[in-house]
Design a binder for this molecule. Structure first.
Ligand SMILES: [Zn+2]
Length: 425
């Protein structure tokens, strides 16, 4: 139960194919589908599994070890079916693309250019390559570049596939030096409540609430709303290229700030004994967030995901595991008496309609997230909560008046405690 996990990441990229043969890659994914189907068909016929890889590889128009990887994945699906017989038996009659799974330096290769780009070469068919440049999120590119230049990392298999007609490459990398502690082996659970303008953190151990911190980032909300309005304006004027430029600028700004916030979350969590960081599972977010009407869902959605991702991977570099819980009623439930209703919450203020407890509502949510994290992953009991410590609140230092953020000062680093305690919004 206390086994450490290898630090493995799957990094997703879009392929900017520059060798003018995108159809070759698509054909290869169709060939991968044939290899998969043939494997399943032979396995259902009762053919000896040891002989299947060679039989399929002889007929497939793919690099041999790529076929072997596809066969192994198909046999894995069959094995799962036998082991958990409530699943559907894998089909051997589906058509369409199937991920082309390849070994590093055999079925595909990557290299770092002097310009800092990562180029790829995928052997789609024997002696036929698809080449170009990887594009994707900074966080993923950063890890990949580190992996390409450091002995600590090993690059493993990758899958080339088509997602909404776009070619993608998903690359597995493993850090051979570091491990992440098993999340069941934690003594402190840090609940993270991510909002549009702040993130609330509560560390909960068997002894109760260890500490609460709210990191405010009003400049992210401010800038996102500003860019949103600007983009709408140029879009209505039909100026798509300006629209795209603005979108790129906004993304870089938000990403940069979120990286800093995620670093702060991990730094703060490190002080606690055997911490595990717990987030709300965004797939189930629909009911738990009061989005308001001013902005659309997409606008709100994006930074939540990014912040969770940045935080979890930075935490894993420190050996700290992350977990996800169902967000149902985390923002409405009273952390002391458990009473849950919508009326308990009025924006940033929480007042329990049953026991009268008053609090910063995002802090309350972070307590509830930590409680769910303990129930889901730990074998120790949630402590009885009779009172909660004051909320400490910090925000990124901005030059000039803090309450009128002018937010383009990249040179300003670090955080500053602004002395606000208690319910402050
Ligand atoms: Zn209550």
């Amino acid at each position: 139960m206390t086994d450490a996990q290898a630090l493995v990441k799957t990094l997703d990229f879009q392929l900017d194919i520059q060798s003018d043969n995108e159809s070759l890659l698509y054909d290869a994914t169709l060939e991968a589908r044939s290899a998969y189907n043939e494997t399943i068909r032979l396995a259902k016929q009762g053919v000896d599994w040891d002989t299947i890889p060679d039989r399929v590889a002889d007929d497939a128009d793919l690099v041999k070890n790529t076929t072997q990887r596809v066969v192994a994945k198909a046999l894995g699906a069959m094995e799962n079916y036998y082991e958990y017989d409530d699943f559907d038996q894998p089909s051997h009659t589906k058509d369409g693309a199937y991920p082309l799974r390849a070994n590093y330096e055999e079925g595909y290769n990557l290299s770092l250019t002097d310009d800092g780009d990562v180029t790829f070469r995928i052997s789609a068919k024997p002696y036929k390559h698809v080449k170009g440049v990887l594009e994707g999120d900074d966080a993923h590119l950063d890890i990949l570049k580190t992996a390409l230049t450091s002995d600590e990392w090993k690059i493993g298999t990758a899958e080339a596939l088509f997602h909404n007609d776009n070619a993608e490459l998903h690359v597995n990398v493993t850090n051979t030096e570091q491990t992440v502690r098993d999340k069941q082996d934690s003594r402190t659970v840090v609940g993270v409540d991510v909002n549009e303008d702040n993130v609330a953190l509560t560390a909960l151990s068997e002894n109760g609430v260890e500490d609460t911190l709210v990191i405010a980032f009003p400049e992210i909300k401010f800038e996102r709303h500003r860019y949103f309005t600007m983009r709408k304006r140029v879009q209505n004027a039909g100026k798509d290229s300006i629209h795209d430029t603005l979108e790129g600028r906004e993304e870089r700004f938000v990403r940069d700030r979120l990286h800093k916030v995620s670093r702060h979350i991990v730094e703060w969590s490190r002080q606690f004994e055997k911490a595990c960081i717990v987030f709300e599972d965004l797939k189930e977010m629909r009911d738990s967030i009061d989005y308001g009407t001013r902005m659309n869902r997409r606008l709100h959605h994006l930074p939540f995901r990014a912040l969770q991702y940045y935080t979890s991977y930075k935490a894993s570099f420190e050996g700290i595991p992350a977990g996800w819980i169902d967000p149902y009623k985390t923002s409405q439930r009273c952390p002391l008496c458990g009473h849950a209703e919508r009326a308990n919450r009025n924006k940033k203020r929480f007042k329990c309609r049953d026991c009268g407890q008053q609090d910063h509502s995002d802090r309350g949510a972070s307590v509830n997230i930590a409680v769910k994290g303990i129930k889901k992953h730990q074998d120790w009991n949630v402590p009885a909560l009779n009172s909660l410590p004051v909320v400490r609140k910090v925000r990124r230092q901005a030059s000039g008046a803090v309450d009128a953020p002018t937010v383009t000062h990249d040179a300003v680093r670090g955080y500053q405690t602004d002395g606000i305690v208690g319910v402050s919004d």
